[in-house]
Design a protein around this ligand. Structure first.
Ligand code: SAM
Ligand code: SF4
Ligand code: FES
Length: 344
């Protein structure tokens, strides 16, 4: 097993079999995490990029079985921020020193193209990088957001197992998800994707396929998080993913994709109180603190136990800076675009 880790650290290449072997044993986890940490340091350095996350609407027309925002969850009080609120939160995030805004929401059609373009232009006028995470759209819509100035897009493939994807995301098609990722790449976005770990019916082989898929499409960012069962969804009785397996998928992704941006995800910290710091020491180099204010934090209830729901943007900013400095790393003053390096 140690030779597989050494090979990945040196060549950034593994076969599916080798990935499955790594995922199947916990005996060499510390060696795996240490190797991913070295690769992170060598390729993307010690700086941590902060992205200020605005969760601007929890209204969604989709019905993903795992997600608390799904349209059939009638227990959730719904909200959408006004355009002014969104721009105001972005302005405040800038005053806290953020260089990137991530706008995330359910698939809420009331934010039409002209509205999104207006929001994008206003935020870009603040001299910030802008990431969108608003789901599946047409190529024309993606082109319109790009034209207005959006820089990056996050759209997790969730799982590369087509049958599992279509079972868990009723009414959505795997082909369309792939089409979205392809369009985003072609339109010149920095593209982030990723997967959920521990979905019912997901195998280690399937997780290995996910990692190889990330590499194949040359994603610029990869977010890996445990699936956390939500009591208000059809998957309420499921076991969910573990912190350790999620961390391993993330660490192997770093070994194979040394120069990309990898967030220490909020869902990881929701399972382990020190989850993001452990992730930052196992290959991650990005954190996405919440800059949404007030009750909206609680209402963006994707899964239970979400961190920071009673905190303020100011508190999260100083909390995360303290934690990052506490492990001898520092918050980046740059925009944090992917710096492509020669691999190998
Ligand atoms: N609607 C957009 C989309 O689906 O791409 C963006 C918002 S969606 C809430 C963001 C991510 O939340 C999804 O890509 C999914 O991986 C994650 N998510 C949904 N339900 C989850 C759960 N129960 N546990 C952990 N993560 C979950
Ligand atoms: Fe909607 Fe995204 Fe949740 Fe699916 S994962 S229900 S698209 S918010
Ligand atoms: Fe929100 Fe620590 S990041 S309180």
């Amino acid at each position: 097993m140690l030779n597989i880790i050494a090979k990945a650290e040196q060549n950034h290449d593994l076969s599916k079999d080798e990935i499955v072997k790594l995922l199947a044993t916990d005996e060499y986890n510390q060696e795996l995490f240490a190797a991913a940490d070295r690769v992170r340091k060598r390729f993307v350095g010690d700086e941590v990029h902060l992205r200020g996350l605005i969760e601007f609407s929890n209204i969604c027309k989709q019905n993903c079985l795992y997600c608390g925002l799904r349209r059939d969850n009638h227990r959730l009080k719904r909200y959408r921020l006004t355009v002014e609120q969104i721009i105001d939160f972005a302005r405040k995030a800038k005053s806290y020193g953020y260089k990137t805004i991530v706008l995330q929401s359910g698939e809420d059609s009331s934010f039409d193209v002209p509205t999104m373009q207006h929001i994008i232009r206003e935020i870009k006028a603040l001299d910030m990088a802008l990431t969108l995470s608003i789901g599946e759209k047409t190529r024309e819509e993606y082109a319109a957001y790009k034209e207005a100035g959006a820089d990056r897009y996050l759209l997790r493939i969730e799982t590369t197992d087509k049958a599992l994807y279509e079972a868990l995301d009723p009414g959505m098609s795997f082909e369309n998800r792939m089409r979205c990722l392809r369009d985003l790449k072609e339109l010149g976005y920095e593209v982030g994707t990723g997967c959920l770990v521990g979905l019912p019916g997901q195998s280690l082989e399937s997780l290995a396929d996910d990692i190889l898929f990330f590499k194949e499409i040359d994603a610029d960012m990869i977010g890996v998080g445990p699936f956390i069962p939500n009591p208000d969804t059809p998957l309420h009785g499921e076991k969910g993913g573990t912190f350790t397996l999620s961390l391993k998928v993330m660490a192997i992704t770093r070994l194979l994709m040394p120069d990309i941006n990898i967030p220490a995800t909020t869902a990881m910290e929701s399972l382990d109180p020190n989850g993001r710091i452990i992730a930052l020491r196992s290959g991650a180099n990005v954190v996405m603190p919440n800059v949404t204010e007030g009750e909206y934090r609680q209402l963006y209830a994707i899964y239970p136990g979400k961190i920071c729901i009673n905190d303020t943007p100011a508190r999260c900013r100083s909390c995360i800076t303290g934690k990052i400095n506490g492990i001898g790393r520092k918050v980046s003053a740059g925009y944090g675009y992917r710096q492509k390096k020669k691999i190998g």
